[in-house]
Design a protein around this ligand. Structure first.
Ligand SMILES: C[S@@+](CC[C@H](N)C(=O)[O-])C[C@H]1O[C@@H](n2cnc3c(N)ncnc32)[C@H](O)[C@@H]1O
Length: 256
């Protein structure tokens, strides 16, 4: 059963979607209103009609739905990249992760979701207003409990030691590579989001100098399709580029 305070994703027969918190209010769509308090009489998978008779199915929102709708004042990392980042960094329950460049908190949301219930995300942001926005975004979805928000510059060093993973998404990442090395445990993973190929070249040199191994550079492209079974074909437009991803592993220096 759906309870007051739960999040629901309303999927309309007209293709529109709305992510909403169930509370005592009326939600207005372009095709009639929905009394949200009435949803507590229904369950996920049920259907509700607007006052104009348009059907919306009620489904449980996933992390993807929340991240897509993050209130943003910065560029954010997209779900297509986030999935790979989580796997490459080995983020899971109990892991400790340092992030630099909190921005709007899209990636922080994913880290905090996966490290629960015993892990922690330590996220550094140079600008107070972005850190505050990210905290609000995380609190809205109940994930702020697993995050320590810090207003500080990454090049001044991270306070944590022996963390499992570090991720850097800032304009000038080179000076932060050493900070990340110092924070990581031996065997830990580092990742970067880099918008330009020039930055990839420059960071490749620094990660090598600092001593990271197992270095990988990838770019992830997602091509969407129109879902008409009789005319199956790709969408006309696609997001062609978000950023390059660079990963590496910290190891002990010297080998016999
Ligand atoms: C592109 S945004 C990060 C977006 C974030 N990954 C997300 O998914 O929402 C980059 C952020 O890094 C911050 N930043 C830039 N240089 C920094 C530094 N040296 N130390 C800490 N934060 C920095 C910027 O203020 C900005 O908010």
């Amino acid at each position: 059963m759906i309870r007051k305070g739960d999040f629901v994703l309303l999927v309309g027969e007209d293709g529109k979607e709305f992510l909403l918190k169930v509370e005592d209010r009326v939600f207005g769509t372009h095709k009639g209103n929905i009394d949200l308090s009435a949803l507590t009489q229904l369950d996920y998978g049920d259907c509700v009609k607007t006052t104009k008779g348009v059907r919306y199915w009620i489904v449980r929102p996933t992390l993807y739905d929340f991240i897509k709708r993050v209130k943003r004042q910065t560029q954010i990392i997209y779900p297509k990249d986030i999935g790979y980042i989580m796997l490459k960094l080995g983020v899971g329950p109990g892991k400790r992760v340092v992030e630099c460049g909190t921005g709007s908190g899209a990636l922080t949301m994913a880290f905090s979701y996966y490290v629960r219930p015993f892990g922690r995300v330590y996220t550094y942001e140079a600008r107070e207003e972005f850190s505050r926005l990210a905290r609000t975004n995380l609190r809205k979805v109940g994930l702020d409990e697993w995050v320590v928000f810090k207003v500080a510059r990454g090049e001044d060093g991270f306070d944590e030691r022996d963390v499992d993973a570090a991720f850097i998404d800032v304009k000038y990442p080179e000076p932060l590579v050493k900070s990340a090395w110092d924070a990581l445990r031996s065997g830990g993973s580092i990742g970067f989001l880099l918008p330009t190929a020039n930055q990839v070249s420059s960071v490749l040199k620094v990660v090598d100098e600092v001593g990271f191994v197992g270095v990988e550079v990838v770019e992830i492209l997602v091509r969407r399709y129109k879902t008409n079974p009789e005319r199956l074909r790709p969408d006309d437009m696609m997001v062609a580029h978000t950023g390059f991803l660079l990963f590496g592993r910290k190891v002990r220096r010297g080998c016999g």
